[in-house]
Ligand binder design. Structure first.
Ligand code: F6P
Length: 359
């Protein structure tokens, strides 16, 4: 049997581990795997444009330790049907006809789609034209309700925590404040856990509206207690007042967030009188090799996706519940964003450590 695999949406560490898991599990079953390049775009291959590659264990051996994806990925293009939470669209019928031709030409019996909620919604539209799909959840933000954790998230936490360790020493030397911007569009998991690991004094999240006056008071208390450096972590999706801070509000599709750290830093510097610097961690959080946890998790997701195909659990998403992988209907799985509950035990622990959330 021939199956396909593709990565769609923003990359994150662990995508190659998923691919290796898929290829390993398929090979053990005597199946062949075709990897489509650049997300769903590879499905538009034709006689003149072969944008796919047959994958085997020689090609994929050991790629679990590499960042990025050997197949490439896109978060826009001919198959973008979802531009934000609960906004759906359609795929051009001409595009769908081309996909049907590819399915036939390659004798494709199922497709593994490694992607976030938007990509999984696209996958369901492909199922409707006769291509059975299984999904593997991908988001560095870890904000998908269906799965306890997504691969790549813990690698991002390592980056935040290691960066904060480095920034803290220079901040301490100069008695400065650092405002560090972490990824997280809707959910603040990266800022919360990265900040906790990296000794943050203040953590500002999309889920907890904050009052900068309260942040200023907390910082002044720390200074009065003799602390030399102040470390503030802010999610890119945290709102200043009622507003998201964007790099470019005019872009089509998902708006590009970014810049909140600069605004927060300016205001805190004026209000506290502490010399302040900004560090926007940006895509450093998404690049590089996955940590061991994500290498193993990624291969588990890939291998389980093949088990799902074997068991004909189509239109389902591989999801980690506790220590077990389960198959959840995609339609259900993409419905709920997993947000930080301001009263959850993680937040309570952070508060016990003296972290100020500005509320
Ligand atoms: O959704 C994942 C994410 O990394 C967000 O945290 C971030 O806002 C966005 O992707 C960045 O996307 P791009 O790679 O298009 O700049």
């Amino acid at each position: 049997m021939n199956i396909g695999v593709l990565c769609s949406g923003g990359d994150c560490p662990g995508l190659n581990a998923v691919i290796e898991g898929v290829v390993g599990a398929a090979t053990r079953r005597g199946w062949k795997v075709v990897g489509f390049y650049d997300g769903f775009e590879g499905l538009l291959s034709d006689e003149n444009w072969q944008h796919y590659q047959w994958l085997d264990e020689n090609i994929c051996h050991g790629i679990r330790s590499k960042g990025g994806t050997i197949l490439g990925t896109v978060n826009k293009g001919n198959f973008t049907i979802k531009t934000g939470v609960n906004q759906k669209g359609e795929i051009d019928p001409v595009v769908l006809e081309k996909v049907k031709a590819t399915i036939k030409r390659l004798d494709l019996e199922a497709l593994v789609v490694v992607g976030g909620d938007g990509s999984q919604s696209t996958a369901l539209l492909l199922a409707e034209i006769g291509l059975p799909v299984v999904g593997v959840p991908k988001t560095i933000d870890n904000d998908l309700g269906a799965t306890d954790v997504t691969f790549g998230f813990n690698s991002a936490l390592e980056v935040v925590s290691e960066s904060m360790d480095r920034l803290q020493t220079t901040a301490n030397a100069h008695q400065r404040m650092f405002v560090i911007e972490a990824m997280g569009r809707h959910a603040g998991w990266i800022a919360l856990q990265g900040g906790m690991a990296g000794n943050a004094d203040v953590i500002l999240l999309p889920e907890i509206p904050f009052d900068l006056n309260k942040v200023v008071d907390a910082i002044k208390l720390r200074k009065a207690a003799g602390q030399r450096e102040i470390m503030v972590v802010v999610s890119e999706g945290a709102k200043l007042g009622n507003d998201l801070v964007m790099i470019d509000a005019t872009t089509k599709g998902e708006v590009r967030l970014g810049g909140i750290a600069n605004l927060v830093a300016e205001k805190l510097e004026v209000a506290t009188g502490i010399e302040t610097r900004v560090a926007v961690l940006g895509h450093v959080q998404r690049g590089g090799s996955p940590i061991a946890f994500d290498r193993v998790l990624g291969t588990r997701f890939g291998s389980f996706a093949v088990e799902m195909i074997e068991n004909k659990q189509f239109n389902c998403l591989a999801s980690l519940h506790g220590t077990e992988m389960v198959a959840m209907p995609i339609e259900e799985a993409v419905k709920t964003l997993k947000l930080v509950d301001p009263n959850c035990q993680l937040v309570r622990t952070a508060r016990d450590l003296g972290v100020c959330f500005g509320d």
